[in-house]
Ligand binder design. Sequence first.
Ligand SMILES: *[C@@H]1O[C@H](CO)[C@@H](O)[C@H](O)[C@H]1NC(C)=O
Ligand SMILES: *[C@@H]1O[C@H](CO)[C@@H](O)[C@H](O)[C@H]1NC(C)=O
Ligand SMILES: *[C@@H]1O[C@H](CO)[C@@H](O)[C@H](O)[C@H]1NC(C)=O
Ligand SMILES: *[C@@H]1O[C@H](CO)[C@@H](O)[C@H](O)[C@H]1NC(C)=O
Ligand SMILES: *[C@@H]1O[C@H](CO)[C@@H](O)[C@H](O)[C@H]1NC(C)=O
Ligand SMILES: *[C@@H]1O[C@H](CO)[C@@H](O)[C@H](O)[C@H]1NC(C)=O
Ligand SMILES: *[C@@H]1O[C@H](CO)[C@@H](O)[C@H](O)[C@H]1NC(C)=O
Length: 580
Amino acid sequence: MLFHLLFMSLVSQGLSVESYGKDFITAFPENIANYHPQESSNTLQITAFYGDTTVSITVNRTNVYNEKLQSGQTKVVHFPKYVEQYQFTRSFYSVRINSNKLIVVLWISQRGDSVQSYFVQPVKNLGKLYSIPFINYNQMLASLYNRAALIALDNWRCIIINAGNIMNAISIQTVSMNAQQAFNFTLSPYELYQFQTNGSEIKVYSSNTVAVLLTHPCVETSSCVCNMVTNHVLPENLWGQTFVVPSVKNLNSTWLKVTSTTNLMLRGQNIKILASNSGLISFPYLESGPQLITASNYVSIRLISPGLILELMPESMFAACYLLQMNSTAAEALIIAETASRGDVYVDAGLLSSTDWKTVANSNYSSVSVSLRGTHIIWHPASRIGVYMFERMESGIPYGGPAVILNEDPDRDGCMADPALYKTTTDVMTWPESHDYCLNATLQLSIASSARAQREMTSFLLKDGGPRYFWIGLRRSLLTLQWYWKNGNDGEYSVNYTKWADGHRETPWKSLCASVSQDANKDFSWKSVPCCSKMRPVCYKKALYFSDLTFDSLDNHFYIVNQKVCPLYPCNLFLFEFND
Ligand SMILES: *[C@@H]1O[C@H](CO)[C@@H](O)[C@H](O)[C@H]1NC(C)=O
Ligand SMILES: *[C@@H]1O[C@H](CO)[C@@H](O)[C@H](O)[C@H]1NC(C)=O
Ligand SMILES: *[C@@H]1O[C@H](CO)[C@@H](O)[C@H](O)[C@H]1NC(C)=O
Ligand SMILES: *[C@@H]1O[C@H](CO)[C@@H](O)[C@H](O)[C@H]1NC(C)=O
Ligand SMILES: *[C@@H]1O[C@H](CO)[C@@H](O)[C@H](O)[C@H]1NC(C)=O
Ligand SMILES: *[C@@H]1O[C@H](CO)[C@@H](O)[C@H](O)[C@H]1NC(C)=O
Ligand SMILES: *[C@@H]1O[C@H](CO)[C@@H](O)[C@H](O)[C@H]1NC(C)=O
């Protein structure tokens, strides 16, 4: 009960779920699919936003990768087979990614046509309390194919990774029908532990932050093939009450799995049921379009289909701006936006124009699926949206999950990575001296090229309130007498927005430079002055927008050399055999 109350108070505080960061930890579960002749491939795609981003990766308490990435650059890092977690024991083969500036990390496990991908959540979004559902996959297959499963499927696995440089006491409670079993263990810094789940719901309580993976090395799909599934489980503090179940392409038979701490009512257009933690809820309604589901309490909801487990983003996690990274031609971005403002969704710098929007029944949302390839930013200038990315195995089964949340709050100008920074000094100087002064401080004379930039600049000036004028980066060409913005040492901008004082004098031979008033009574207007007047400069560093970055293609690979072969061959505990 105590845990439950704690969790409720966290939810009401509203957590930040921006999913880029500097500190990540994950692991690679076993990907069996032995009938694929290819070896399994475990990769991370690391994308930097800022110049000179140093990234390091640690496996088995050994530093295996150090690299400096440039802004917009993506590096694909391949891991050797030994990182795969195939034993039910503890190990130090967690994969830790650290950087000095913000990055995103896409996790991909592939063996032939058995593929899973997921954006790794930074450690700050992980938790100490998790519920792991029991997914009665056999029940689903039996009702789908009208026969028993061909392979024993109940060996789902759970990997708990200690995310901190600290000892971590963990308690696992198995919530079964009539009894509660518990076992406890302690993990050293960054150590992980893998165990099998035995057919019932599990609760994980830990004294410090952990990452939790629920995985199966090979679930049967159809035609006697199987693929790995992995769910990077969200902690309970990220649960929600309203969900839009997206209409993922190519899913014919779907079920919902609801995980909660209480019994509750689940409502949708076609369902109104009292849901407990028991079985899968048949959910064949996605063919007719996306669906809104509301729960009477905080829950997590997974969309299940043969070969797919998708933990849905609750509406409370919707955000204004996302990053997606897709490599195949069959890739799909699935966007959920408020119907009234769905025409204002942007992909990178351009408006998304689509006639394929479908309204989500009984809600104010619509959703659309868009084909995209490569790295893109999807954002809304005025409201929060939900975005998933999916790719497809050759068999048609989708894999993927929520896109990376970059900004929670909408911003008219895009997805901001760094707000503008303003500075001044008490020294007075000429315009050319001001220009040099700002550059020397690795800044530049301020450019107020839009009403918004003018507002940001004057809200900085207002802090110091007074009658002064300050130099800005605006001046006149000596040849043409045209006004232009001096962009530091990087050329010039034409002038579109202006804020001249009423009746400002046009005496070009005297007044070739411009200044801004810090007086609200003068509406922070500008006036032209001789460049050798002495006043303070407004220096600034421009806001950085993700949507302005150009991203690399994914052809930048790095292989971590296999230091040691697997002690057992093949490196799997289970070998599945199929009768053709
Ligand atoms: C599942 O069963 C195995 C074998 O009986 C046992 O070692 C393991 O601890 C059980 N796992 C859980 C979560 O109860
Ligand atoms: C879904 O059904 C269609 C038509 O029945 C079929 O072509 C397609 O392969 C099925 N998709 C999956 C993933 O089973
Ligand atoms: C992207 O796709 C190409 C061709 O399908 C493949 O060769 C390449 O390895 C893929 N890259 C990544 C990073 O998965
Ligand atoms: C739709 O929006 C209106 C106005 O914001 C609100 O009153 C109503 O409850 C919303 N409907 C749903 C189903 O969310
Ligand atoms: C440039 O900045 C450095 C400190 O960052 C300072 O020591 C130096 O005096 C500055 N030069 C000028 C010309 O302002
Ligand atoms: C400003 O005006 C110029 C020329 O009129 C145009 O090329 C440019 O795109 C405009 N810039 C903005 C930010 O509107
Ligand atoms: C992992 O570390 C242990 C102890 O440092 C070492 O014995 C083992 O060989 C390492 N494994 C690999 C694959 O390097």
